[in-house]
Structure formats: structure tokens, C-alpha cells
Design a protein around this ligand. Structure first.
Ligand code: ARG
Length: 330
């Protein structure tokens, strides 16, 4: 039985590799309407190559972990590519990660190989294009300061209207022939969930638009008139908003959109700081989160607590029990 599974895996790998080459040959679209990042800025933004060519953007969220998109990790690919989203990952040796350089050629970058690929366990066909997150474990800890994922208690920093910073190595136009020579950065406002749900309804248009909106695992950003957006190759890259102390927090990661920078079609981003994706990340890289405001201990949502912390339980008395983390499966 093991032998058959290996055979099937091999066939999947071959098919996926052929698909990847075919996709690599199609014109790619980086951030549209942005400007080049200044050297030394956004050191934690990763340039990720897959099977030898530029593939995706990512963020260093802990010394050993880079977060990128689910469809950048899933060997079976994205639904929008006519492929099957599954958590079966590309083998680690297919990846190259560059940090600390704004240049596409990686000059001066800290270079890494990858030793483990963890696609979100809910990045599944049955889940549409939701949970679009992969975590890449680096060969050695990075010397670069990671960007922290926002605390749940900082929720107001990703409310609709908040001006977010997006960054990536992707294309600067929908029909660009290749990515630019330098990382691009731009700002876009976060939209309401209702607006995004009407821009990306479920149903047949899902395929043309790359997916439909799921408020549990996605948020959207963009101007109603378009013009500024992430684009092909920016996938997995950061959407950041400033915390109360001015520090930028990682709030979401580039996922999909209809074309790039089109009016009425905001960019769709994986919602990292709350909900199911936060729980997935917490299980793998619990140190990726900024501590909850006012907390003295590590952030909640980290699954295994090694030291059981004696907590004053006074607030429990009203209902007798707490149900804060009731798992919700779709
Ligand atoms: N799926 C694209 C990628 O793999 C990201 C597209 C983002 N599109 C957009 N309109 N915001 O790089």
C-alpha cells in the first residue's frame, strides 16, 4: 500500500511540475501603483523561488518561519489554475528564500533553503480558496527582525477604512511580462466585508475571479476606483497596518483578485490575525504573534501550554464555564 502511495505521489509531482513550468511561461502581472522599496526597508519581506524561478512573496514571522500563500506551497496548486487545492506540499528542496534585500536579483540578501513546508490543513478544495497560507521552515534562524502578527486585541487596526501597506516582488501591471527589479510598496484601504462579498460572490464567477470571499479567512483592500493593488507574484506577501505605538503589524497576506487593480475588484488577503488561520499559525509558530495588549504571558491561541499557568478564575463564576475557543469547522 505504501508503494502505491509513493507511485501516486510521483505521478502528482510530475503533473504539478509540468503545470508549474507551463504557468511560469505565462505572462505574470507585482504591486500595481506602488513605488520601489528603499534599500534597508521591509527586510522581513521574503522573495521566494519555487523550482528555480521567482514564485511568491512572503514574510518572516519568526526567526525560522516564513509565511506565504497556501497556493505557493500546495503542490497540487490553486483552484483558479484549474488545479486542486490540497495541503500536499512541494518538497522543501524546491524552495529558495531571500530576505533583507529589496532587489529581485537578491543582491546582499540573506539566503535560505527550506527544511519543512506546512500548508494550512484547511487549504482544501472543500474550503474553496480559503485558508490560503503556507509556513516555510528555514534551514537556519534568520538574523533579520521578524514582523509580528497583530494581537487579537488590536482588531481595530484592521477595521474597514484602515490604510494598509502592501509590499511584494510581484508584477507592476496585470499584463507585465515579468516582475520588476525591485520590491514595490503601496498603500490601500481595507474594505468592508460586505463590499468584498459583493465583489467576489460565490457561484460561477468564482473561477474567473480566482475565488469567492469568505469573511472568516479573508479580508479585502483596495480603492473603489482601483489603480493600486497587489498582483501576480505578490502572493503570500504582507498587508501591514500600524499599531497604537506606530509599529507595523502583519494583518493579512496576499491571496487573489480579479486581474490586478481593477475598479470594484479589491485585492483579497488571507486574514491572519484572527479566526481559523490564526489558530493554524499558532500551532506551528506560536512566537509569531505580538502579545495581547495588557497580557503578561505569551498570546492566547497558542495551543500547547507547557507550564499550566495558575490563573485567578473569578470571572468564570457567572456561567460556570468559558467557551471562548469553541472550534468552528466549515
Ligand atoms: N494570486 C496572485 C499570486 O499568486 C496574487 C494576486 C493578487 N491579485 C490582486 N488583484 N490583488 O501572486
Amino acid at each position: 500500500m505504501a508503494a502505491t502511495r509513493v507511485g501516486v505521489m510521483r505521478r502528482i509531482i510530475v503533473v504539478a511540475a509540468v503545470c508549474a513550468f507551463a504557468l511560469a511561461a505565462t505572462p505574470a502581472a507585482a504591486i500595481v501603483g506602488g513605488k520601489p522599496a528603499q534599500p534597508g526597508q521591509f527586510s522581513y519581506v521574503a522573495n521566494i523561488s519555487i523550482a528555480g524561478s521567482f514564485g511568491c512573496t512572503g514574510s518572516l514571522i519568526a526567526p525560522r518561519w516564513v509565511l506565504t500563500a497556501g497556493h505557493c506551497g500546495s503542490l497540487t496548486g490553486a483552484l483558479s489554475q484549474g488545479l486542486l487545492p490540497t495541503p500536499i506540499a512541494w518538497p522543501p528542496p524546491f524552495y529558495g528564500v531571500q530576505l533583507g534585500s529589496v532587489r529581485a536579483d537578491g543582491q546582499g540578501a540573506e539566503r535560505h533553503s527550506v527544511i519543512e513546508v506546512r500548508v494550512d490543513s484547511d487549504y482544501l478544495l472543500t474550503n474553496g480558496t480559503g485558508n490560503d497560507v503556507t509556513l516555510l521552515e528555514l534551514d537556519t534562524p534568520s538574523q533579520i527582525a521578524p514582523v509580528k502578527i497583530a494581537a487579537v486585541g488590536e482588531r481595530r487596526i484592521w477595521e474597514p477604512g484602515a490604510l494598509a501597506t502592501i509590499a511584494g516582488f510581484g508584477t507592476t501591471a496585470e499584463n507585465a511580462s515579468g516582475p520588476p527589479s525591485q520590491m514595490q510598496v503601496a498603500q490601500v484601504p481595507i474594505t468592508t466585508d460586505d463590499y468584498c462579498a459583493s465583489a467576489y460572490p460565490s457561484g460561477l464567477s468564482t473561477i474567473a475571479d480566482d475565488g469567492s470571499f469568505d469573511p472568516q479567512t479573508m479580508l479585502c483592500a483596495g480603492y473603489p476606483q482601483g489603480g493600486t493593488d497587489t498582483c501576480q507574484g505578490d502572493s503570500g506577501g504582507p498587508l501591514l497596518t500600524p499599531a497604537a505605538n506606530g509599529e507595523l503589524r502583519l494583518v493579512a497576506a496576499t491571496s487573489f483578485g480579479a486581474g490586478c487593480a481593477q475598479a470594484g475588484k479589491p485585492g483579497v488577503y488571507a486574514r491572519l490575525a484572527e479566526g481559523p488561520i490564526r489558530r493554524f499559525i499558532a500551532g506551528v509558530a506560536p512566537d509569531a504573534f505580538v502579545p495581547e495588549p495588557g497580557a503578561t504571558a505569551p498570546p492566547s491561541g497558542t495551543t500547547p501550554r507547557l507550564k499550566p499557568k495558575p490563573k485567578p478564575k473569578r470571572h468564570r463564576t457567572v456561567k460556570g464555564h468559558t467557551r471562548r475557543h469553541r472550534p468552528r469547522r466549515r
